[in-house]
Each structure stands twice: as C-alpha cells, then as structure tokens.
Design a protein around this ligand. Structure first.
Ligand SMILES: [Zn+2]
Length: 176
C-alpha cells in the first residue's frame, strides 16, 4: 500500500476518533481488536467473500465496501484504505464515513444502543435526514445507528441540526 494511501486512512481514522464521545471511545477500545486496511473496495469485497466461504455462508450479490466481524464478541474491521467508491459520488469525508460506520458496530455491540426504544423513536423522527446524508435507506435500526455515526462523528454541526432527536439521544449516552 502506498504512503499516500496510508496517510489518507490515518487522517480518516483521526477524523472519526476526534468526533467520538467518551462513552463511544470507551466501548470502542473495549471491543475493537484489529483493523485490516485494504488498498481498494474491490479488495475488501474479495476478503468478505473469502471469509463468508470459509464459514460456509454465501455473500450477497452486491459489493461489500467495508465490514466488521464480531465473532467472539470482539470487533475486527475490514476497511478500505483508499477512496474509490464505485457507483457513488465521492464526498469529502467518504473514507471517514465508512470508518465511522464500522466503528459504530463495535460501539453498539455490547451496549445495544440500536435496540433501545429511544433510538427507535429518534431514528423515526430523523430517518429522512439520515438516509439522505448517507445516500441510502435502511430498515435495520442497527444499520441506521451506524449510518448516523457516519454523519455524527464526521460532521457534528450537520448531524446536530439535521437530526436533532438522534443527536439528543447520543449526547445523553455520551456517544458524541
Ligand atoms: Zn453496517
């Protein structure tokens, strides 16, 4: 991997970590065990399919640009070190958005924020904004939680103004 790519993913990770609140950081430190960086989304997708095959599972049809393996209650991240984003116009913070989304899976893993009633209500109120900000819709409260992280940990002002209910819940939980 080139020095340029390494620097970009370091910057993206720094952006995310600086946006995380104290409880998010604590949960992340307790759960995250390792991060695997890949030169491109294609490489991440290949690894995803390989791991699925090892487990005797079938991967979905689409390309998987990033994922988190939570086997054994610990989080192992597989993320892209670059910026190539097939079929998706690159945003300024695109790489950081992916990192934030995956890190949020680790934060949510044991505390189960995404399963709380407060989150379901906040998400209901803010879901249009969250979906638009992330450029995708999801019916899964866990994925929506991570999509909100992708925004909240990279653009505090935007997230606070655009998704006030979610922002409130996250403030109370110490996640931002
Ligand atoms: Zn996810």
């Amino acid at each position: 991997m080139s020095a340029d790519l390494k620097q970009r993913y370091q910057e993206a990770a720094d952006t995310v970590i600086s946006g995380m609140g104290p409880d998010a950081l604590a949960a992340w430190h307790n759960t995250a065990v390792s991060t695997h960086f890949f030169a491109s989304i294609k490489d991440v997708d290949a690894k995803f399919k390989e791991l699925k095959a090892e487990k005797g599972e079938t991967a979905g049809k689409g390309t998987t640009p990033a994922f988190t393996d939570v086997t054994g209650g610990k989080a192992e991240f597989y993320i892209n070190g670059g910026r190539d984003t097939p079929g998706n116009p690159a945003k300024a913070a695109f790489t950081a958005n992916y990192y934030a989304h995956e890190f949020a899976h680790a934060v949510d893993l044991h505390a189960g924020y995404s399963q709380k009633q407060e989150w379901h209500e906040a998400w209901k109120a803010d879901r249009e904004y969250i979906a638009t900000a992330m450029g995708r819709k999801t019916e899964d409260p866990k994925e929506a939680f991570c999509d909100f992280a992708a925004h909240a940990w990279t653009d505090r002002t935007g997230a606070r103004n655009g998704a006030p209910q979610s922002w409130n819940a996250w403030t109370q939980w110490g996640l931002v």
